[in-house]
Ligand binder design. Sequence first.
Ligand code: ADP
Ligand code: MG
Ligand code: MG
Length: 245
Amino acid sequence: MLSIENLSVKVEDKIVLKDINLNINIGEVHVLFGPNGAGKSTLINTIIGNPKYKVVEGSIYFKGRDITDMPIYERAKLGIGLAYQNPPGVPGVKLRDLLKIISKVKWEEIERMAEILNFKDFLDRDTNVGFSGGEVKRSEILQIFAQNPDFIMFDEPDSGVDVEKIKLLGRVINHLLDKDKKPADRKKSGLIITHMGHILEFINVDRAHVLYNGIIACSGGPEEMLNTIIKYGYERCIVCYQKRN
Ligand code: ADP
Ligand code: MG
Ligand code: MG
């Protein structure tokens, strides 16, 4: 689905990502850990094609096509979606109307998902305007559901979310990523950024990576990685990386 080769990225004249390599197959979900400022949001903004993020080296392939220089709307058309960490409010545009514009699924299905998310009352509010942290996350997930992309990135879907809602969000994300289907029937892939790990109890994740200071310092099984980080901190990952190189 997604293949990244030797990718280096610059933001405002500062190199933020260095020599990133990443492969996500159809049916796989990967998670990206790493301290604040490591470059996690930069990586997914680069994959989605945000023009602020300039590729200075390397390539991004999606479904076998080189998308490195492709504009953001063409990438969306190809099936890349992103649930943003801090999306802007859109005054004057009701969430219901936005959903109808972007939607590729039947309205009844969107209403059903809004009900599952306990979010129906928000359809007639201006999109993301004055929404709390958790409400913004549910708004983003509803928009992703409507767009139905094949490859979905979630930037901290659990930050600012009440603990008792994490399970619901995790289960919905697992469903959006086809992880509630049999392996042979899975057609989607995903990349999830999280700090906490609690949400991963409800999502079937295949592989985890630690992004540290702009490099992928280590990769492995999600549980093993999370336990290492909790026990030894992110620094352990960078030590492993230095030993390898
Ligand atoms: P993370 O998501 O891992 O917390 P980011 O990707 O947001 O990290 O940021 C990585 C680095 O790039 C930080 O030093 C941040 O200040 C810088 N950066 C990211 N986006 C921008 C931007 N739009 N303008 C200037 N600097 C940026
Ligand atoms: Mg951050
Ligand atoms: Mg971020």
